[in-house]
Design a protein around this ligand. Structure first.
Ligand SMILES: [Zn+2]
Length: 273
């Protein structure tokens, strides 16, 4: 069944588990993710982002997402990951997405508040949940060489003020993960996560779940993260399956790639609790 982000996230927060949120980019991926959730009888938040527009338009993404979500036996939220422009987010809401992320985390605190408030006003009128980010989860971090990153840790006082001022439904926090593929296992700031969980009454979200390590992710779920975004590890699972394929039939190879992606998602359901 198609539900809002809030319906899944507030339940996850109560139960101290994290719901996986994989990005979909075509019909095969959305169907594969929902099949995994259904076979485990667990909710899922499938995500589409502006970065995939060249593979799947907003209209196609909404149509496919709604088609599979409405027929699913488990709660499915249709989420927009990393919406940078308000116009893009509004178009997604108009097409039927039930959850959106406004990412103005690279802007000043005031500008982040202003843009988030604007999205919240538009979304809440249409019963759509809103996620925003405070602090900043960067990308391409190399944990082994302690290379510099553009990540900025989330401050508790800023997060509290931000939530009060915007009325946002969930918050992406930066505690040491990074987007994409990187070397080494990150050292996460669990103390900060516990403080944030204590100070805020809304669900917290972790971006950059891939390559973070099972133990770290498990601990994140038990320390107050309600949603973990996954992309790189899942598509890597698909690519590995293609490399190992013995077949020269395109349809068979596609099917094997989907199985590879599904295996990674099964694994993370187990890790997240
Ligand atoms: Zn992200």
């Amino acid at each position: 069944m198609l539900v809002t982000g809030n319906e899944i996230l507030y339940d996850a927060r109560r139960r101290q588990v994290a719901v996986p949120s994989p990005d979909y980019f075509d019909q095969q991926s959305v169907r594969a993710y929902i099949e995994v959730a259904q076979s485990l009888n667990k909710p899922i938040i499938i995500a589409y982002s502006e970065a995939f527009e060249e593979y799947l338009s907003i209209e196609e993404a909404a149509l496919l997402g709604k088609f599979y979500a409405e027929r699913a036996s488990v709660p499915v939220a249709l989420h927009v990951d990393h919406g940078y422009s308000i116009e893009f987010i509004q178009r997604c809401i108009d097409e039927g997405f039930t959850s959106v992320m406004i990412d103005a985390s690279m802007e000043s605190f005031e500008e982040n508040v202003r843009r988030t408030k604007e999205v919240v006003a538009y979304a809440h009128k249409r019963h759509v949940s809103v996620e925003a980010e405070i602090g900043h989860v960067g990308s391409g971090m190399n944990y082994e060489s302690q290379e510099e990153t553009d990540s900025v840790y989330t401050e508790v006082s800023a997060a509290t003020q931000f939530v009060e001022q915007t009325g946002v439904d969930s918050l992406a926090v930066s505690i040491g993960t990074a987007h994409g593929k990187y070397k080494g296992i990150p050292v996460l700031h669990f103390e900060r996560l516990r403080e944030l969980r204590k100070a805020l009454s809304i669900p917290l979200v972790l971006h950059g779940g891939s390559s973070t390590g099972d133990e770290n992710l498990k601990k994140c779920a038990s320390c107050g993260i309600s949603k973990i975004n996954l992309f790189t590890d899942i598509v890597t699972g698909g690519s590995e399956a293609i490399k190992q394929s013995q077949s020269d039939d395109l349809l068979t190879i596609w099917k094997e790639a989907c199985c590879g992606m599904k295996e990674v998602l099964y694994h993370y359901y187990q890790v997240f609790g």
